[in-house]
Design a binder for this molecule. Structure first.
Ligand SMILES: *[C@@H]1O[C@H](CO)[C@@H](O)[C@H](O)[C@H]1NC(C)=O
Ligand SMILES: *[C@@H]1O[C@H](CO)[C@@H](O)[C@H](O)[C@H]1NC(C)=O
Ligand SMILES: *[C@@H]1O[C@H](CO)[C@@H](O)[C@H](O)[C@H]1NC(C)=O
Length: 476
């Protein structure tokens, strides 16, 4: 730092604006070149100094004070990550690294996925840094994306690929997700890492930070090999919505067999948010294959199933029946040939938004935001919503995959982006990445709309190592 401060004035005092007129007469004058080089060095040092200062400023906690003007402003501050990734163990020869140039994201992702690598523990820190809701102190109410997150009993939360339901009657949030608390194995050579179906967990909370385990509300089946929920099958991405007309809680989920050839959706129903849910049936929606999916309940009470179809090459949006237990025939194909999965749908000021991931198994990849004026489409792609961290963070959705976006009732335009940081070597130890998401500003894409209508708003997901919700987030 001190060295930079000393050399900066020297270089900036040598004006780049033609300090030596005669130099121009002699093309390639060494003098001119020296000035140019020093000016450039000065410029680079200034930029560097600025980055260092900015970084230091952001190093501290992101604590959101209640400010009447913009309670969410600090959530939108850019927080950079500058940790150094160790070189891959097999290629520690610095000359070889130099020859190959900077390492590419796939290498980092491979290292991230390899449980024996050094950087694996950076992204899956152990229980010493766990978020413990029963402990007060500085960390109270703070989210730490990627850290172990314990429930109020002190056990790691098991709610992967999950979603959240706000129950108006009890003013309580319910978080449903896959309980993956069993051994990870491969069903056969070349098969994807998996755990047996244990069931769908439910957790309850009033503050979105301290979660109480409400138990398994839909269990896997231990003995009936023909049952959809038989343990060797697949149950993923459960989502629950409430039907105001029937007063039932309805769960939709991805149902599959070990090899992902069944490609169906399952439906379950309960009288209570905390279950138990009764499993009804599975089907191929509109006759199509269906893998990653979500459910969206609109303001008018209509609900929709959004699912990856045609071998994950496109998404389909289908209207549910009034009781939410089945699909109507109304369906539209959207984002055709875009190959997106892990959809998370939300709405703001009459516009529908969706975050999706690419399709690369358990490995993380780049998120995209999409927008539409009708949920049935057409859907436009707005670009990568990830802001901050570093380039690799932004290209990997902060090493995670979207699962749900939760509106914050007291802060219109602000949401919590929920994602899974999958750990395929130990799936039960997959982590949660919750980050603030905001809608505002002009979207990066699509450029062809730059002349007219519609002018989409930007969707931004801001990286924070540590953050908390601003006061007033829950006041509707
Ligand atoms: C709480 O924060 C203060 C100031 O940042 C720090 O000195 C202290 O060690 C922290 N306490 C805990 C338990 O982390
Ligand atoms: C096993 O599951 C199938 C399919 O759900 C069902 O038809 C059958 O009755 C079940 N058998 C037993 C013994 O529960
Ligand atoms: C899944 O695929 C493997 C390898 O192709 C095969 O051995 C196995 O029988 C298949 N299982 C099912 C349930 O289809």
């Amino acid at each position: 730092m001190a060295e930079i401060a000393r050399s900066t004035p020297t270089s900036s005092s040598s004006s780049p604006l033609n300090p030596h007129p005669t130099a121009r007469i002699f093309p390639g004058s060494r003098c001119n070149l020296v000035f140019a080089v020093w000016s450039f060095v000065g410029f680079v040092l200034l930029i560097h100094l600025y980055t260092v200062v900015t970084h230091d400023k952001n190093k501290g906690d992101i604590y959101v004070h209640s400010s009447r003007v913009a309670p969410t402003r600090e959530l939108e501050e850019v927080e950079e990550e500058n940790f150094r990734l160790p070189p891959p163990r097999s290629k520690r020869n610095p000359r070889a690294v130099k020859r190959r140039g900077p390492r590419r994201p796939p290498t980092v992702i491979d290292e991230f996925l390899d449980e024996s690598s050094e950087i694996h523990s950076l992204f899956f820190p152990d229980q010493r840094t766990a978020v413990v809701p029963t402990q007060g102190g500085n960390d109270s109410m703070h989210f730490y994306p990627g850290r172990l997150w314990l429930d109020t009993d002190g056990n790691p939360i098991q709610a992967h690929g999950g979603g959240i339901l706000y129950d108006k009657a009890t003013e309580t949030y319910y978080w449903y997700g896959e309980n993956k608390d069993g051994p990870t194995y491969q069903a056969h050579k070349n098969g994807a890492a998996r755990v047996d179906i244990i069931g769908v967990s439910c957790y309850s909370s009033k503050d979105l930070w301290a979660w109480t385990n409400e138990g398994i509300v839909l269990s896997g089946d231990e003995s009936n090999v023909t049952h959809d929920l038989y343990k060797s099958n697949v149950l993923e991405r459960p989502k629950v919505i409430y039907n105001d007309k029937t007063s039932k809680y309805v769960m939709w989920m991805h149902i599959d067999d070990t090899n992902y050839t069944k490609a169906s959706v399952g439906v379950a129903v309960s009288d209570s948010a905390t279950g138990p849910f009764t499993y009804l049936y599975s089907m191929r929606p509109h006759g199509f294959d269906s893998r990653d999916m979500t459910i969206f309940k609109d303001d008018d009470g209509k609900a929709y199933l959004i699912y990856s179809s045609e071998e994950n090459s496109e998404l389909h949006v289908g209207l549910l029946t009034d009781n939410y237990l089945d699909l109507t025939r109304e369906m539209k194909r959207v984002l055709v040939k875009k190959h997106r999965e892990a959809p998370a749908v939300f709405k703001y000021e009459g516009t529908y938004y969706m975050i999706t991931s690419g399709c690369s198994g358990w490995a993380p990849n780049k998120a995209l935001a999409h927008a539409a004026l009708s949920i049935m489409g057409p859907w436009e792609t707005l670009g990568n919503p990830c802001v901050g961290g570093n380039r690799i963070f932004r290209l990997t959705t902060f090493f995670s995959q979207s699962t749900f976006v939760l509106p914050l009732p007291g802060l219109p335009g602000s949401f919590i982006f929920m994602a899974d940081r999958w750990n395929p070597s130990e799936l039960r130890d997959s982590r949660y990445v919750w980050l603030p998401l905001a809608i505002g500003g002009v979207a990066d894409e699509p450029l062809e709309y730059s002349f007219g209508f519609p002018l989409w708003s930007r969707v931004s997901i801001y990286w924070h190592r540590r953050w908390r919700l601003p006061d007033g987030w829950s006041n509707a």
